[in-house]
Design a protein around this ligand. Structure first.
Ligand SMILES: [Zn+2]
Length: 225
């Protein structure tokens, strides 16, 4: 392994263990905010090192750095979730948790070096179940008319890149550029857990699904995304 990468992996292990100390509701908000700042700086270091590795065409190490970047991002989002809960903003806290789960999925897909963090993935799913009430999700039924590969820009399926696989420090995604929405269904296990019902009306009273508080203003939107 490249020496700079090895040094960074050690720093990653130390810093993330240190910041995980603050991933509890009981910890002081000021320490959680400080940990977020440290992780933002650590992620920048990872990005800078990844850029060097890409320049020297070291694909394995660039993918490893992508994996670490995403794991740092996940931890940052978890801390932001605890902060948002303390600020009485559970809707933002939910979005932070779902973003943390997505970042960890990318981290695991990018390199086997973080496969030992499977337990952390489980923790994020466990937090979803114990911190938030059950949610109702929305899933659009769409007909994809045009999509492109995020790595090379070719029409998706025409190149050799596969979505969810890492290529020189970047994860491949199928970018939908043109689609028709056919229907929208209520589902329990959606592809996108950000898309959910935010409020409901019963007997003339509209409530926030998350907080149960009564909403008096006219809603402009019914789902977040
Ligand atoms: Zn491609």
């Amino acid at each position: 392994m490249n020496e700079n990468v090895q040094v960074f992996v050690e720093q990653f292990n130390e810093s993330t263990i240190d910041c995980q100390k603050f991933c509890f509701m009981a910890r002081g908000k000021e320490f959680q905010e400080e940990a977020v700042q440290k992780l933002v700086a650590l992620k920048q270091q990872a990005s800078d090192l990844k850029a060097e590795l890409i320049a020297s065409c070291d694909e394995q190490s660039a993918n490893l750095l992508l994996s670490l970047e995403e794991a740092i991002e996940a931890l940052c989002y978890e801390l932001r979730m605890w902060i948002a809960l303390k600020e009485d903003d559970p809707n933002s806290a939910w979005d932070c948790l779902i973003s943390a789960q997505s970042a960890m999925l990318t981290a695991i897909q990018s390199h086997s070096a973080v496969s030992h963090l499977e337990g952390y993935v489980q923790r994020l799913h466990f937090l979803e179940k114990i911190l938030f009430p059950p949610q109702t999700f929305l899933s659009p039924g769409i007909v994809i008319e045009e999509s492109k590969c995020s790595i090379c820009g070719e029409e998706y399926g025409e190149c050799d890149h596969l979505k969810g696989k890492p290529y020189m420090g970047r994860i491949c995604a199928k970018e939908i550029t043109k689609a028709k929405i056919r229907e929208c269904s209520l589902v329990e296990e959606p592809a996108n857990r950000h898309a959910r019902i935010l409020r409901f009306t019963d007997g003339g009273i509209t409530r926030d699904v998350m907080t149960w508080r009564i909403i008096t203003e006219t809603p402009n939107e019914i789902v977040s995304d």
